[in-house]
Design a protein around this ligand. Structure first.
Ligand SMILES: NC(=O)c1ccc[n+]([C@@H]2O[C@H](COP(=O)([O-])OP(=O)(O)OC[C@H]3O[C@@H](n4cnc5c(N)ncnc54)[C@H](OP(=O)(O)O)[C@@H]3O)[C@@H](O)[C@H]2O)c1
Length: 253
């Protein structure tokens, strides 16, 4: 039977590549994001690839609409195999501005956007006695990166949420996989002017992410080289983090 997969942030980057990956396997993919025209174009390509797509014009920070989207998807498909909470934003905290809006948006979308996406599917997964959850964190979750406290802490929160939920979900045969990407080529990274170590293509990343979720792995760091770098990164002296971080001092006031 065709798999039923719900993916947020499917209008570009990793989420878009994941949608195509599952469409090629003839899955029914619920694809959600805010840019509706982009989603419609992704949906057309999914259908051309042999999948069946259902489009959700959705801001993941909107709890009620996330619940409605999950209910609609379940009414169309009758169940859920995989939910991937991928939507997220980056950006600087901009603390010198005196305005907390920038960091608050990051925290809201990257943390509450994930809980809003995943939790509506949990009762049905428990009832089914099956289900797979993928949560996109980041290797940035291992240290508070200069000017990116919102991003790093939001992605660290996701690691802890998944770690905690797994204790309960395992009793219902539901797996939860935390994905910790390094640099992946996407709209988010396209604006970086510095050289990104081990930059990976998003289609290649999608295959690795989908395989890890399929196997119910608890954690995936990718590209693989970061498995060796992360333990060192966690111990680096603060001065070295400052010196090595390729971000410029924010000029926004
Ligand atoms: N690329 C990397 O190197 C990298 C590394 C580590 C982690 N990640 C994580 O990977 C995930 C995907 O990012 P990406 O690299 O593929 O970047 P991307 O191309 O910018 O994709 C981000 C996706 O999230 C969606 N999104 C953002 N805010 C949303 C909201 N409020 N509601 C619904 N959808 C929203 C965007 O769609 P709309 O704008 O249309 O809503 C877009 O589809 C993010 O969580 C990111 O933090 C990326």
């Amino acid at each position: 039977m065709a798999e039923k997969i719900f993916i947020t942030g499917a209008s570009s980057g990793i989420g878009e590549s994941l949608a195509y990956y599952y469409a090629q396997k003839h899955a029914t993919v619920g694809i959600a994001a805010r840019r509706i025209e982009r989603l419609q174009s992704v949906a057309r390509k999914c259908n051309d690839l042999g999948g069946n797509s259902v489009v959700y014009h959705l801001d993941v920070s909107d709890q009620d609409n996330c619940k409605k989207a999950a209910e609609d998807f379940l009414s169309v498909t009758g169940g859920i195999d995989i939910v991937i909470a991928n939507a997220g934003i980056g950006g600087e905290d901009n603390i010198s501005s005196g305005d907390p809006s920038a960091i608050n948006d990051i925290l809201k979308i990257n943390i509450l956007g994930v809980t809003n996406t995943v939790i509506p599917f949990i009762p049905i997964m428990e009832k089914q006695g099956s289900g797979k959850i993928g949560i996109i964190s980041s290797i940035a979750s291992f240290r508070g990166l200069p000017d990116h406290g919102g991003y790093s802490s939001s992605k660290a929160a996701l690691r802890f949420i998944a770690d905690s939920w797994e204790h309960k979900l395992v009793r219902h045969k539901i797996t939860i996989t935390t994905i910790l990407p390094g640099w992946i080529a996407s709209e988010m990274t396209a604006k970086h002017e510095f050289k990104m170590a081990f930059l990976m293509d998003s289609d290649k990343a999608a295959i690795k992410i989908a395989n890890a979720i399929q196997r119910g792995k608890r954690k995936l760091i990718l590209p693989w080289q970061w498995n060796f770098i992360v333990p060192i990164f966690r111990l680096l002296p603060r001065q070295l983090i400052r010196a090595l971080t390729p971000y410029k001092e924010s000029t926004k006031k």
